[in-house]
Design a protein around this ligand. Structure first.
Ligand code: ZN
Length: 393
């Protein structure tokens, strides 16, 4: 874990400045960033020969266990199967450069089991910031993998059980979504007092609530109740965008959800699901343009496993390309998967290359600030000072 990365072009994701430097890694952390560092005897030297060094990517709307298509999900699935699926998807994500994920609802809380396996040193995978099961209303969106609750006391209890199990944040579902045929983006599934109760529980443990949501009216209700992060926001108007901005909230757009027809086909989704997803795509993009105009902090997240591929690129990079189309600059796009994400998960040692941060990196040969699609060609991944992938020429 003691490595010296020589001859890097280090990208500062705050300023967009590129600096030629060596990066000294000790015990999985960045120790020094400077020119002409000499390797110690015991230290492994990796000469990166002038390629671009970026922080490892953080993907903030991940499901490591949900079965695609959704109708094949089994809420009574053997937990061992859930854990193995989570491990496999974690490996794919890590290989794609995703060194950290924020999960938002997992069958059997398999993400927490996987995280335990990391701590025992049995396996590796992306760092996990977990929501546990997540909590929806009975029969609501998320039905089939979440805990279900009705009424204030029940919501409090289910949220507390997720936190007790090791969840870092609370995930709730304010409206319908794409997964179920008979539900809409506008239908409110939770009552105001239920939303308020979840926020109260999260805050009592120093954390926050993120919410699956479609339309502006339920988004406003979420803002008023204190929800911090809004997932998808398929139909967002400027009033709702401004309200989120005013509260320093976040949006995880998951634009890929409404523009990954080929991926959905390859996974055997039914025609009506694909149609529902794709036909929401125009409004979804307009919504995120509205969020960009309002200055809301956007965070990368994909719903689809980030290490899967679509149109020849990993889903995590496809999402970055979609965000470019919504009006972000290439630097802002990179920020969605680095510093913005780190801010959302309340981490000060992830998402940027600075002394004291975790040695999580990706490398590309060409400057992604000139063309974000250069991130399609990630050729080196390091996590916690360990080489995950090295297929440089
Ligand atoms: Zn989701």
């Amino acid at each position: 874990m003691n490595v010296l990365l020589k001859n890097c072009r280090v990208l500062d994701v705050n300023s967009g400045l590129v600096t030629e430097a060596d990066v000294d890694v000790k015990n999985g952390d960045i120790q020094t960033i400077a020119k002409n560092i000499t390797a110690e005897k015991s230290q492994r030297l990796i000469d990166l020969q002038g390629i671009y060094l970026l922080p490892g990517l953080i993907s903030c709307h991940t499901h490591l266990t949900i079965v695609f298509p959704f109708n094949l999900s089994d809420p009574n699935e053997d937990p061992a199967i859930s854990a193995l699926r989570a491990y496999r998807r974690g490996q794919d994500a890590l290989h794609a450069g995703v060194t950290t994920v924020r999960t938002v609802g997992e069958l059997n809380r398999a993400d927490l089991a996987l995280r335990k396996a990391y701590s025992y040193g049995w396996v590796t995978g992306p760092r996990i910031f977990s929501a546990g099961l997540g909590v929806s209303v009975s029969g609501g969106h998320g039905h089939g993998f979440t805990a279900e609750a009705d009424g204030v006391d029940d919501f409090r209890k289910k949220c507390r059980l997720d936190l007790l199990a090791g969840a870092n944040h609370i995930k709730i579902f304010l409206t319908g979504g794409i997964a179920h045929k008979d539900e809409t983006f506008s239908e409110s599934q939770m009552c105001d007092d239920e939303i308020e109760a979840t926020v109260q529980v999260a805050r009592s443990k120093g954390t926050y609530v993120c919410a699956h949501v479609g339309d502006s009216e339920p988004i406003m209700r979420g803002v008023r109740a204190g929800v911090r992060c809004f997932e998808h926001t398929y139909n967002l108007d400027s009033a709702a965008a401004n309200a989120i901005k005013k509260e320093n909230g976040f949006i995880v757009p998951t634009l890929g959800v409404t523009r990954s027809k080929d991926w959905m086909n390859s996974r055997g989704f039914e025609g009506w699901t694909i149609c529902k997803a794709v036909s929401a795509g125009g409004d979804h993009l307009e919504s995120i343009k509205t969020a960009v105009k309002a200055g809301v902090t956007l965070v990368n997240g994909t719903d689809i496993p980030p290490g899967d591929t679509d149109d020849g690129a990993s889903i995590v990079v496809r999402e970055m390309e979609h965000c470019l189309a919504a009006g972000l600059t290439p630097l802002e796009v990179i920020q969605t998967a680095t510093i913005n994400a780190a801010k959302l998960i309340n981490s000060d040692c992830l998402g940027e290359i600075k002394v004291g941060s975790k040695a999580d990196f990706i490398c590309v040969a060409s400057n992604p600030l000139e063309n974000i699609s250069h991130l399609r060609n990630i050729c080196f991944v390091m996590q916690n000072g360990l080489v995950v992938r090295d297929d440089r020429e």
